[in-house]
Design a protein around this ligand. Structure first.
Ligand code: CP
Length: 305
């Protein structure tokens, strides 16, 4: 039995396999419509979510399965002090697979060590978000045709932005990748990600506070929201929240082939005037997330179609 806590638990071959299944689901959805008949997915969300929770649920319904769960800690027995370990043991009695989001880093890992069914990390604090990375990878694959030879700008809250940490880990395994890390000084990429992923694998990167100066070199621009919920101090959040606002004028020097990505939700980081730009990919990421979660559920439940 396998869980998915960190994106690096999947080999590049397995990632290719998931992309292949997701593309097949897009082309032949009927083939998969009863693949998980009789199976149940539990969504245990101790933190707010729109895309991740509902795309997991849509994914399971489109596979013919069923869904149960909760969308806030207050409506579960966590509010009475129940531990993550006990919650995982309990839900294992009701469901065949669990997707868990939690504000504490490592909580889904603890759940996976106590559950008797696969556990998927649906975002743990400011740490990781591997299934957003699956959505991002399918989007990059469909936009760029592959993963090699890309210069990827990551912009915004690189400190708390868990989607950025997981995406860097995943993309670092491909050839000729360069990262451009664009953030305010206070929101730079954590040193453990630089040390354990970038430096360890000899991946080139540059750090800057100036988005405009690096715009012409980017193949992908991955914008992120400043993560208000991770700040200890509201004043710091208010000072930093609008550090980067992408507008059509700022794209004047960008490549025609640029892909503009964002895990969403967006607050102010991308002007709605960009939504109709053919380079905008963020709503494609939303849809791709559902297909990749379908492929992941099939893999972890070992369902052959
Ligand atoms: N991208 C993402 O995780 O969105 P939600 O917080 O809405 O799930």
């Amino acid at each position: 039995m396998r869980s998915l806590i960190d994106i690096l638990e999947l080999t590049t071959e397995e990632l290719s396999g998931l992309i292949s299944v997701a593309n097949d689901i897009i082309d032949h959805p009927q083939k998969y419509a009863e693949a998980c008949k009789g199976k149940k997915l539990a969504t245990l969300f101790f933190e707010p979510s729109t895309r991740t929770r509902l795309s997991f649920e849509a994914a399971m319904y489109e596979l013919g399965g069923n869904v149960l769960g909760f969308s806030e800690a207050q409506s579960s027995s966590a509010a009475k002090g129940e531990s993550v370990a006990d919650t995982a043991k309990t839900i294992s009695c009701y469901a065949d697979i669990i997707a868990m989001r939690h504000p504490k880093e490592g909580a889904p890992l603890v759940a996976s060590m106590n559950a008797s069914v696969p556990v998927i990390n649906a975002g743990d604090g400011g740490h990781n978000h591997p299934t957003q990375t699956l959505a991002d990878l399918l989007t990059i694959y469909r936009e760029k045709g592959g993963f090699d030879n890309l210069t990827i700008g990551l912009c915004g809250d690189l400190k708390f932005g868990r989607t950025v940490h997981s995406l860097i880990a995943a993309m670092s395994r491909y050839k000729n990748i360069k990262f451009v890390l664009i953030s305010p000084e206070e929101l730079k990429l954590p040193s453990y990600v630089k040390k354990d992923i970038l430096k360890k694998n000899g991946i080139p990167y540059e750090q800057t506070t100036d988005l405009l100066s690096v715009m012409p070199e980017l193949d992908i621009l991955y914008m992120t929201r400043v993560q208000r919920e991770r700040f200890f101090n509201e004043e710091d959040y208010l000072r930093l929240k609008d550090s980067y606002i992408l507008t059509p004028e700022k794209l004047e020097t960008a490549k025609e082939t640029l892909s503009i990505m964002h895990p969403l939700p967006r607050v102010n980081e991308i002007s709605v005037a960009i939504d109709d730009d053919p380079r905008a990919c963020y709503f494609k990421q939303v849809l791709n997330g559902k297909y990749m979660r379908m492929a992941l559920i099939l893999k972890l439940l070992e369902v052959e179609v």
